[in-house]
Each structure stands twice: as structure tokens, then as C-alpha cells.
Design a protein around this ligand. Structure first.
Ligand SMILES: C[S@@+](CC[C@H](N)C(=O)[O-])C[C@H]1O[C@@H](n2cnc3c(N)ncnc32)[C@H](O)[C@@H]1O
Ligand code: SF4
Length: 408
């Protein structure tokens, strides 16, 4: 019921998000967009992880490389395609370097000037040779999945390294000469206090990392790890992270990220226009959101036999498109009231005034920025959105490779 009330409040309508089978329309390829490439292979599977991932085998990886190259090649020949960023996520993209280099080779003619080329790395892949190879490919941003600097927490997560190795990987990434090094942490792990989360972050900031992303632990119906992250602990943890970052003069660039001043924030998720390539990858272009099948074999079969791998799409109404834009503006904690997109949202400006009175946002130049209280409210909303909508979509995608109509 809460979802229906929130939808009504935000859009003025009693609708739901309706997904239909297939790719849907594809407009707006000629305006600069970002590309997300999903590589699902990992050397071992972490029980807490909700992403589309499978154990690495050389045969499956080779077939995937072929399918992914075919999907990318058919995109790269579109006239006027302008790509401002390419982000390799996973899974663990470094398990299939041949796919990374082939994709970059295919997309290179479509890249705009100074594109952001980014990759997610498992700490075990942050070796001197591995990092040099990334630089040779032109990749200038990395995100390391450190997760925690506490032995006990890493053990609970089932990670195959300890705090010393995580710090060594961070130092190797910092020494490599990349433009941006982001470190992922997870908060709310069993037994982890707010102060400990702050201390982990402080250690990383003291090394000079460009950014720390501290995600709250998320539970999904299809993962089997439960962390019991109480509301009070969430509040104290976010405050401990914000205090630590402020003491080192890092800027809050989203609800869960803090970035060194002058550095370009590293993000895979706040782009308004992007195309996803690979199994389970999502795309969002001018009024249409779509997602590829989550089934690896079905993805490869579809692409290699010349069919679309898209499983579901939804056409966004003007209010839904504005809501999507607003959701990610709130994620970054900055809203420009003059943005014409808000015209489709009911009572938007009155609600902004109310948010100011409640101390959720504060004026900043021509716009507003979120206060700690505002970020906390958004943090709760984001967690709800993930468990209600992202988990719902991913679960439907796990039940059938090409599900029929879906209402969320
Ligand atoms: C694809 S994974 C990271 C890349 C690499 N495979 C690794 O494990 O280091 C991306 C990030 O998602 C976050 N993540 C994964 N599962 C999560 C969960 N259940 N709750 C919160 N964050 C999660 C972690 O911070 C992780 O680093
Ligand atoms: S957290 Fe990383 S290594 Fe672990 S299963 Fe997920 S993608 Fe793979």
C-alpha cells in the first residue's frame, strides 16, 4: 500500500509501473549517453550479493564475450551515436579481460572527447600488472569492492581477503596513476558499530582515496544474508560517516558517497540516459526504460541468433520520467527548482517549500541541497525503492528468462 500512496503523492495518479515484453521503442541515440557493460563472472559467489553473477568458466566466458561483442557491434554502427562514458560492472569484469578490450575497441569510434572509462574491481584484481593493463586500455576510473576493514565483517561477508590485503589493494590502485579511485564499503554488518564504520572510512581517506561509497547492507528475497540494521544504527552510521568526511574536508556527493574536492564523482547509477549491454543490463533513453534477460544462456542464445536480448520495457509517462529525474537528483542531494522537468509533478514547488521548513533541504546558490535529515529520509526511501521495485524486477527476471507482462 505504501508504494501506491507514494506513487500517487509523487505523480498525482493511482497508476503502477507496467512492464511489457520486448525492447520497446529506442529514441534519442544521437544525444550523448553513457554505456553500462555487465560482466557476470566471479571466481567465487558471495551469498549477500544480489547482482546477476555466475561462477567463471573459460567456455561460458568465451561464449559471453562473443555475444556481448555482437550486441555492442550492432549498437556501434548506429549513425550519430555519441558515448560520453563506458562503465564495466559485474560480477567481476576483470575475469574476462578479452571482453573488456574488445568492447572498448568496438565503442572507441563513438566516444566523445575525454570520456569517463570506469571498471569495478575486486581487491584481488588490483595488482600492479592488472592496473597497468587497465591504463593501457584507457580506463581511468576504478571502484574497489573493499567492503570493510574489519576482519570479522569480511569473514561474515565471506570475502577471501583480510584488512591488510584490502589496504594493499587500495594503495596499489592509488599508486597506479588513475584519475579516480573509489572504494566501496558496506555498512550495517552484524556487530559493526557506527564508530567502526567511521574509522574504516577515516583510514581510507587518510590514504588519499578520491571517493568512498558506503552502501547500507541490503537484503533481497533471493540472497541469504540478514544483517538486522536497526533504524537508530542507520542514523548514527550515516552521521559518523558524514562527520569523518567533514573532518577531512571531503564533500558529500550523494546520499552514500563522499568525494575529494575537485575530483569528478564516480558513479554508475545517476545518469539520466544510458544503454546497458549484457545479461540483466538496464537501459533508459528518452521515455523508455528496458532491461535485458537475466538468464545468461538465454542472453547468449538470443544475441547469437540475431534476436533482441531485451526481456521487459516500460514507457515512462511524463510524470514518471520527471520522477525518475527527481529520484536521482535527490540521490545526489541537489535540486534545481528551475528545472522545467518538475512541471509534470503536482505541487512540486509547494512541496519544496515544505521540505525547507522541515529542515530537509537548505538554499544553496540558485538551488537547494539536502541536509543530513534530508539525506536520511532519502536513504530510507532509497532502501524501500530497492526492496520494492529493483528486487521485484530482478525476482521476476529470475523466474523466467523472458517474463510476460509485469506490474510493480
Ligand atoms: C558488483 S559488486 C563489486 C565488484 C566486485 N565483484 C567485488 O566484489 O569487489 C558492487 C558493489 O555492490 C555492493 N553490494 C553488493 N551486494 C550488496 C548488498 N547486499 N548490500 C549493499 N551493498 C552491496 C558492494 O559494495 C560491492 O562492492
Ligand atoms: S560481491 Fe562481487 S565477487 Fe561477490 S558475488 Fe557479487 S559481484 Fe561477485
Amino acid at each position: 500500500m505504501l508504494d501506491r500512496i507514494l506513487y500517487r503523492l509523487a505523480t498525482g495518479d493511482w497508476g503502477r509501473f507496467r512492464f511489457l515484453p520486448g525492447p520497446g521503442p529506442e529514441n534519442g541515440l544521437q544525444t550523448a549517453l553513457g554505456i553500462y557493460v555487465h560482466i557476470p563472472f566471479c571466481r567465487r559467489l558471495c551469498s549477500f550479493c544480489p547482482y546477476t553473477r555466475v561462477l567463471y568458466t573459460p567456455d561460458a566466458a568465451e561464449r559471453y564475450r562473443e555475444a556481448l561483442s555482437r550486441e555492442a557491434a550492432s549498437l556501434a554502427i548506429r549513425p550519430g551515436l555519441a558515448v560520453s562514458s563506458v562503465y564495466f560492472g559485474g560480477g567481476t569484469p576483470a575475469t574476462v579481460p578479452a571482453a573488456v578490450s574488445r568492447l572498448l575497441q568496438l565503442l572507441r569510434p563513438c566516444l566523445t572527447e575525454s570520456p569517463a572509462l570506469a571498471i569495478e574491481l575486486h581487491p584481488r584484481d588490483a595488482t600492479t600488472e592488472g592496473l597497468e593493463w587497465l591504463l593501457e586500455q584507457g580506463i581511468n576510473m576504478v571502484s574497489l569492492g573493499v567492503e570493510s576493514l574489519q576482519e570479522r565483517a569480511l569473514h561474515w561477508l565471506g570475502r577471501d581477503y583480510g584488512p591488510a590485503e584490502a589496504l594493499a589493494a587500495t594503495e596499489a590502485a592509488l599508486a597506479a596513476g588513475l584519475a579516480t579511485v573509489n572504494i566501496d564499503l558496506i555498512t550495517g554488518l552484524p556487530g559493526q558499530t557506527a564508530e567502526q564504520a567511521g574509522r574504516d572510512m577515516d583510514r581510507l581517506l587518510s590514504l588519499g582515496v578520491d571517493q568512498v561509497s558506503a552502501y547500507p547492507f541490503m537484503e533481497f528475497p533471493f540472497t541469504n544474508a540478514v544483517s538486522h540494521y536497526s533504524l537508530l544504527r542507520q542514523w548514527h552510521t550515516l552521521n559518523a560517516l558524514a562527520d569523518t568526511a567533514a573532518a577531512r574536508a571531503y564533500e558529500r556527493t550523494s546520499v552514500w558517497t563522499w568525494t575529494h574536492p575537485g575530483k569528478v564523482p564516480y558513479t554508475s547509477i545517476t545518469r539520466q540516459r544510458y544503454i546497458g549491454l549484457g545479461v540483466g543490463a538496464a537501459s533508459c533513453l528518452d521515455g523508455c526504460f528496458r532491461v535485458n534477460t537475466f538468464d545468461l544462456a538465454a542472453y547468449c542464445d538470443a544475441v547469437l541468433s540475431g534476436r533482441s536480448p531485451a526481456a521487459l520495457h516500460t514507457r515512462l509517462t511524463a510524470a514518471e520520467a520527471a520522477l525518475y529525474r527527481l529520484f536521482w537528483a535527490c540521490y545526489e542531494g541537489r535540486i534545481d527548482p528551475a528545472d522545467p522537468a518538475w512541471a509534470s509533478l503536482p505541487y512540486f514547488h509547494r512541496r519544496l517549500v515544505a521540505a525547507r521548513r522541515l529542515g530537509l533541504v537548505t538554499p544553496d546558490g540558485g538551488g537547494v541541497t539536502f541536509t543530513r535529515r534530508g539525506f536520511f529520509l532519502y536513504h530510507l526511501l532509497e532502501r524501500y525503492y530497492t526492496s520494492r521495485y529493483i528486487a521485484g524486477l530482478w525476482q521476476a527476471g529470475r523466474r523466467a528468462a523472458f517474463p510476460g507482462e509485469l506490474e510493480l
